[in-house]
Design a protein around this ligand. Structure first.
Ligand code: PEP
Length: 253
């Protein structure tokens, strides 16, 4: 059975004081209100991970993610943070290949494949993002484009390694725009991607892979999106910055 997951990507927001308030509110609400079979992950700025991990570790169904990590193991890479450092402070997940990283920091499928490897080597769970632009959606071939992001960055993995990966489908036209994919659009892409995974890893591995939807998901539309048979939860941006709304999303299964 694949996991239901709701992950909050805080991006580059919040002071330390604000982050502490948001995290402790989320931790309390998740503990009291969210079904224990839903895994709730927060992804604060890296600077706050060590402190906030002390809060999330107290709740069995919570995890804490970095928003990125280096593709190198260690050494002279000024400004970078390695997967082993993240592991050493108790991080559980790493978001990889977010469209903002691909767009503003030129992250290629090849670099992302290296990051996936190093994250798995350090026993962390990659949340691997994929998704098409508006132009691609309006043209032919966008299903195949998104599938190729998975092929190019993940299909070198063994079935055992791949079994540890979480996928997040995030149509770029829906991120931070208020435009959400309809539940039918999300379901169609998720089912297509699961079929693509099955061609490489077999139906059982594909069926056990959590595929999250991301893109203007909020407390109003989460229930309809999460009711789709191939949508296993959400990667939440803007709405993860409000503890009540984020918790309500995690309660939407
Ligand atoms: C995201 O950036 O991962 C995201 C889904 O953002 P938002 O929910 O704000 O669209």
């Amino acid at each position: 059975m694949r996991k239901k997951i709701v992950a909050g990507n805080w991006k580059m927001n919040k002071s330390m004081e604000e982050a502490l308030i948001l995290a402790s509110e989320v931790v309390h609400m998740v503990k009291d209100e969210v079904n224990s079979d839903v895994q709730v992950i927060i992804a604060p700025p890296a600077l706050y991970l060590t402190t906030l991990q002390k809060h999330t570790e107290a709740v069995a169904n919570m995890g804490i993610a970095a928003q990125n990590c280096s593709n190198k193991a260690s050494g002279a890479y000024t400004g970078e943070i390695s997967a082993s450092m993240l592991k050493s402070i108790g991080a559980t997940h790493v978001i990889l290949g977010h469209s903002e990283r691909r767009q503003y920091f030129n992250e290629s499928n090849e670099v992302l494949a290296e990051k996936v490897n190093i994250v798995l080597e350090n026993d962390l769970t990659p949340i691997f993002c994929c998704g098409e632009t508006l132009e691609q959606r309006q043209a032919e071939g966008f299903f195949e484009f998104v599938a190729s992001q998975l092929t190019d960055s993940l299909f070198h993995l063994s079935a055992e390694e791949f079994g540890k990966v979480v996928i997040a489908y995030e149509p770029i036209w829906a991120i931070g725009t208020g435009l959400t994919a309809s539940s039918q659009q999300a379901q169609d892409m998720h089912a297509f991607l699961r079929g693509h995974l099955a061609t490489k890893y077999g139906q059982e591995v594909a069926d056990n892979t959590s595929i999250l939807y991301g893109g203007s998901c909020n407390e109003k539309n989460a229930q309809e999106l999460f009711a789709c048979p191939d949508v296993d939860g959400g990667l939440i941006g803007g709405a993860s910055l409000k503890s009540r709304e984020f918790t309500n999303i995690a309660k939407s299964f």
